[in-house]
Design a protein around this ligand. Structure first.
Ligand code: FAD
Length: 445
């Protein structure tokens, strides 16, 4: 059995490791166009800020270590340029010596990930305008920080990565401006919850420009100013463009593999594509929304790891499934934990529910125990069935466990009644006798 894997970060290495465990006799070759594999993309903001104090710590496995551990041949600097499904063949270019080669597979797993969107804004090619996706990007940013000692950074886009980087740059002493076209930060959150995060950014010294787009970057060789639609001219030494990502699907599309309605590769719950013996997983592939049942594109490291594992197991002869996701996401913005799961009210209406949003303020634990913090919780419920179908939580300590309880509740199709009935753990340092989740259930009944 010969298994080829294209891409070597979260989904690719997860697939390779599981394929080896499932079928230790299989020949597994992983093709990666970059030099690095198996690193924590999610850890890059902390590597840049120095919170994680060495590069080695975000690189989970070097190619050599990965080969030793999993008996997988890792070919870095190898870009796959063509898949020929009829012949079960891939053609690649070895970027180290510029030679072309080919490999015949029995099973192929595509984990080509996603790439940052680079908007065609005049001046975007100036020096010191960067994106953050790979560890190479992180190295470039660190290099500029060390060499040029920038004082001011502008972040274009107030999504999860933009805000994580706002904190990282602030920690390093830079003056940070975040520019966002929408009227709120974090577009996946409801406006009233996002507003809490916006206020917290300002409290932490971040300049936040909402409802404003960038029309131009100016400067001689390096960027010096960001010009916005509202006419602001922001002096800057560094720009991070963080306006979204697109799935890398061209290789699959050219091979005749079906691309789904979201623009990512269509897969079933075995992670098989439309062509037999070809699997796809991670940020290049679709998933199923567990509440609406629709195909969605939810590019997250948690999903990439699980989908990769399932693709690897099945390609090697096993039988596993990845049923879908709730798009559960969490991030740290300075002192706040900001998290969401399931459907927003808008998504719920589009999916045919009759939703109602209920927002409560609760506390993380007993008032007399030190460290009392507020928790802002929003639940989205289906009016007819009283089922919980979405949630957002913002707070300090304890926000992370509430989102995971609510995610589990959505997965299990629990109702407002069930949220109250859940027998959640209580002691003064951790909770209140009626936990914040139970309170959400109580007020929503
Ligand atoms: P990728 O990581 O994109 O890897 C794909 C690989 O395929 C790349 O190395 C690419 O070079 C290679 N490749 C592509 N085409 C070819 C080809 N033709 N030939 C050979 N190789 C090819 N997710 C979370 O769940 N939680 C977080 O907190 C979180 N934080 C993040 C923070 C940052 C700054 C970033 C950038 C991402 C974060 N993510 C987070 C998302 C997470 O990192 C991604 O979902 C995950 O990396 C996706 O893994 P992947 O293997 O599918 O794709």
């Amino acid at each position: 059995m010969k298994i080829a894997i294209i891409g070597g970060v979260a989904a690719g290495t997860s697939a390779a490791a599981k394929a080896h465990r499932e079928n230790p006799e299989a020949e597994i070759i992983l093709f990666e166009k970059d030099e690095n594999i198996s690193y924590a993309g999610c850890g890059l903001p902390y590597y840049i800020s120095g919170v994680t104090d060495s590069r080695q710590k975000v690189v989970i496995n070097t190619p050599e270590a990965f080969t030793k551990k999993y008996k997988v041949e890792v070919r870095t600097g190898h870009r796959v340029d063509e898949i020929i499904p009829d012949k079960k063949l891939i053609r690649y270019r070895n970027l180290k010596n510029n030679r072309d080669g080919e490999y015949r597979y029995d099973k192929l797993i595509i984990t080509t990930g996603a790439s940052p969107v680079i908007p065609p804004i005049p001046g975007i090619k100036l020096n010191n305008i960067l994106t953050l996706r790979t560890i190479n990007h992180a190295d470039m940013i660190k290099n500029i920080l060390n060499k040029n000692k920038p004082e001011r950074v502008s972040i274009i886009g107030a999504g999860l990565i933009g805000l994580e980087m706002a904190e990282s740059f602030s920690k390093l002493g830079l003056k940070v401006t975040v520019i966002e076209k929408l009227p709120q930060v974090l577009p996946q959150f409801s406006p009233e919850m996002a507003q809490i995060v916006g206020a917290h950014l300002k409290e932490n010294g971040v300049d936040l420009l909402l409802k404003d787009g960038v029309v131009k970057f100016t400067g001689d060789n390096s960027v010096e100013k960001v010009i916005t639609e509202s006419g602001q001219e922001i002096k800057t030494d560094l720009v991070l463009v963080s306006v979204g990502i697109r799935p890398n699907v061209e290789l699959a599309r050219k091979a005749g593999i079906k691309i789904g309605p979201t623009g990512a590769i269509a897969v079933n719950n075995k992670m098989q594509t439309s062509l037999s013996d070809i699997y796809a997983a991670g940020d290049c592939a679709e998933s199923t929304d567990l509440v609406s049942g629709k195909s969605i594109w939810a590019p997250l490291g948690s999903t990439a790891n699980k989908q990769g594992r399932v693709a690897g197991e099945n390609a090697a002869g096993g039988n596993n499934r990845h049923d879908g996701v709730l798009k559960t996401a969490i991030t740290k913005v300075f002192d706040l934990t900001v998290a969401r799961t399931g459907l927003s009210e808008k998504e719920a209406s589009e999916a045919g529910f009759d939703p109602i949003g209920v927002k409560i303020k609760a506390v993380n634990h007993a008032g007399y125990y030190p460290g009392l913090d507020k928790l802002h919780i929003k639940g989205v419920f289906d009016k007819k069935t009283k089922r919980i179908i979405g949630a957002e939580v913002i707070g300090k300590n304890g926000a992370d466990k509430r989102i995971d309880v609510l995610s589990t509740a959505i997965y299990s199709k629990l109702t407002t009644h069930d949220l109250f009935q859940l027998d959640l753990a209580y002691a003064p340092p951790y909770s209140t006798p009626k936990d914040a989740v139970a309170r959400l259930g109580m007020v929503s009944q």
